[in-house]
Design a protein around this ligand. Structure first.
Ligand SMILES: NC(=O)C1=CN([C@@H]2O[C@H](COP(=O)(O)OP(=O)(O)OC[C@H]3O[C@@H](n4cnc5c(N)ncnc54)[C@H](O)[C@@H]3O)[C@@H](O)[C@H]2O)C=CC1
Ligand SMILES: CC(C)CC(=O)C(=O)O
Ligand SMILES: [Mg+2]
Length: 356
């Protein structure tokens, strides 16, 4: 069977890191009985420029019909303040594909330890489960007048329930601990989250469960990150905390994500944006995109073996110090990508039986 993958390169560094991700996908697929077809479509600012729409109808249709979607990043100053923005396209595709669960891992592996600004921590390995299709990014009413602007934070019981089950199911496969991050000392929506999460937690007696206000949680991510296993939180808080958590590994440019719904394709993308400040220089860190490819192989195509090859090669590359400037190195995006590919090839070569 051929895997159909929609490719949304997007804007600024988007095409640079997507190229890196696709090169690694090609390398790791070689001789692996994994056939795939790429469907490259305009999206974000590129969608606006080509069709007038950040999420062109053809792009959405292609994504809906595919087995998985790979997205690099969208947005940037070119479209800031325009009537249609790349970010509208991003929110629209998340909603249209019902991608309510956004999974953002933070791991300071042995290989990454040297790049972490955190010193002498216990091993860090937690996952942020962020609600992705509701909350203040989607709530109505929403308006701007001459005197005020209004956004609305709104959550239904059902929206909280389904993401909570994703978080507890994930905890069951990990260290069995969930931390709900909210602002329940102030917000009614957070009070509702607490009530519903406490109810659902009773279905998971093996999972320990605690809560933290988001302000304190942002401190704990720096001060004592090893206490976390699964962080469950709403859309805005998850957006903010995941960038903070990413930086503890050394760079925002290293963290991938998966966004999933009930049926239909999942979407894989770096957690960062289009980094306009470094676009065109050839120095974007490709790890976040390459790890997004690995997440796709695991979760959409059941190819954990190929994902592990990618992960091992990334670890070897960063251990060897072949890293881009965000991690303090001098490598270009291409050099880092080629090094990762070489490690993949080398590991296969060393396992080949001798042909006499
Ligand atoms: N999913 C997406 O496509 C997202 C899009 N955006 C959009 O991206 C645009 C730029 O937003 P910013 O606030 O600047 O956030 P950003 O995440 O693009 O960049 C923040 C900082 O991190 C650095 N950085 C990010 N990714 C990197 C990588 N792979 N390698 C090296 N350094 C990297 C950038 O150079 C910058 O200094 C905006 O239009 C924003 O709306 C922001 C976040 C997510
Ligand atoms: C347009 C934003 C909601 C994108 C973003 O910052 C994210 O999803 O992390
Ligand atoms: Mg963000």
């Amino acid at each position: 069977m051929t895997a159909n993958i929609t490719v949304l390169a997007g804007d600024y560094i988007g095409p640079e890191i997507m190229a890196a991700g696709l090169k690694v996908l090609a390398a790791v697929s070689e001789d692996q009985n994994f056939d795939y077809e790429l469907h490259e479509m305009p999206f974000g600012g590129a969608g606006i420029d080509q069709t007038g729409e950040p999420l062109p109808a053809e792009t959405l249709k292609t994504a809906q019909q595919s087995d998985a979607v790979l997205l690099a990043a969208i947005g940037g100053p070119k479209w800031d303040g325009a009537s249609k923005t790349p970010e509208q396209g991003l929110l629209a595709i998340r909603k249209a594909l019902n991608l309510f669960a956004n999974i953002r891992p933070t791991e300071i592996s042995t290989a990454m330890q040297q790049y972490s600004p955190l010193k002498n921590t216990e091993p860090v390995d937690f996952v942020i489960v962020r609600e992705l299709t509701s909350g203040i990014y989607f709530g109505t009413p929403r308006e701007t007048t001459a005197d005020y602007a209004l956004d609305t934070m709104r959550y239904t019981n059902e929206e909280i329930e389904r993401i909570t089950r994703v978080a507890f199911d994930m905890a069951m496969k990990r260290r069995k601990h969930v931390t709900l991050v909210d602002k329940a000392n102030v917000l009614d929506t957070s009070k509702l989250w607490r009530k519903i999460v406490a109810e659902i937690a009773t279905d998971y007696p093996e999972v320990t469960y605690d809560t933290s206000y988001v302000d304190a949680a942002s401190m704990k991510i720096i001060a004592s990150p090893s206490q976390f296993d699964v962080i469950l939180t709403e859309n805005l808080f998850g957006d903010i905390l995941s960038d903070e958590a990413a930086q503890t590994t050394g760079s925002l440019g290293t963290i991938p994500s998966m966004s999933r719904g009930v049926n239909g394709p999942s979407l894989y993308e770096p957690i960062h944006g289009s980094a306009p400040d470094i676009a065109g220089k050839g120095i974007a860190d490709p790890i976040s995109m390459i790890r997004s490819v690995a997440m796709m192989l695991t979760h959409s195509f059941n190819r954990d073996d190929m994902a592990k090859e990618i992960s091992d090669a990334i670890n070897q590359t960063v251990t060897a110090g072949v890293v881009t400037p965000d991690l303090g190195g001098h490598a270009t995006t291409d050099e880092m990508t080629e090094t990762i590919i070489n490690y993949i090839k080398e590991s296969r070569h060393s396992y080949e039986p001798d042909h006499v």
